[in-house]
Design a protein. Structure first.
Length: 226
């Protein structure tokens, strides 16, 4: 199986490093065809683009790019921010996966691994209560008792999955931002708090007499089953 990855950045060394490391890590799962360019208009006539890694400064100069990208329904995108960029920009693009330079390549690998989980992972079902289940890859909360379903956004699903997987510990806000949003330095946590609030509201929809996501006195979060 082959996947087409496009890297849009002016840093030749970084592009080569990403190609080498990503190709090496995923070589047993699939072959990757890399296109390394420095302008959006240089994207070739690829029928399918599986993943685009793009520098934020280039993206900002092409404001319609993300809108036009909607035509590629299966294309994933990772935004690469330069260190020192206005923190307000994080909020504007918070629904997308992104990293901040200098970043560890392991961050990219983790994001891409989430994108291309194997079939078994795609079918993963997490039991929250005896009748409420969470299907992270299709972003659904399902009550098997009364057949109610709630759709989650991609970030809500990833956030809930991460909190549940670490339910035996209190997660600091910065730790969640690093592992869910790919942010590797302190930023405004308002986006995280908004997503936590939204998740709580959606879990409350099933009318359980229980709060699933708790915060501790230091502002961290943890998950607790009934």
């Amino acid at each position: 199986m082959q996947k087409n990855f496009v890297i849009i950045d002016n840093d030749i060394l970084l592009k080569n490093l990403i190609e080498d490391q990503i190709s090496s890590f995923f070589k047993k799962k699939f072959k990757i065809n890399f296109q390394k360019i420095n302008k959006i208009e240089n994207i070739g006539d690829l029928e399918i683009i599986d993943l685009i890694l793009i520098n934020f400064m280039i993206l900002r100069q092409n404001k319609n790019f993300l809108t036009n990208l909607d035509t590629f329904k299966k294309t994933k995108i990772i935004i690469m921010f330069d260190d020192g960029v206005d923190r307000f920009e994080f909020k504007k693009y918070s629904k997308h996966n992104f990293v901040v330079k200098p970043f560890k390549l392991k961050q990219l690998i983790n994001i891409i691994t989430d994108f291309y989980a194997n079939y078994e992972t795609n079918q993963k079902t997490i039991k929250i209560t005896s009748d409420l289940v969470f299907k992270p890859e299709i972003k659904l909360l399902i009550s098997q008792k009364n057949k109610l379903t709630i759709n989650l956004t991609e970030k809500e699903s990833k956030l809930l999955n991460y909190i549940i997987e670490n339910k035996d510990k209190v997660l600091k806000k910065h730790e969640i931002l690093v592992n869910v949003w790919g942010i590797n330095q302190e930023v405004n946590t308002h986006t995280l708090e908004t997503h936590i609030y939204s998740l709580k509201k959606k879990l409350d929809y099933f009318k359980y007499d229980h709060t699933f996501i708790y915060s501790d006195h230091l502002g961290g979060y943890y998950f607790k089953n009934p």
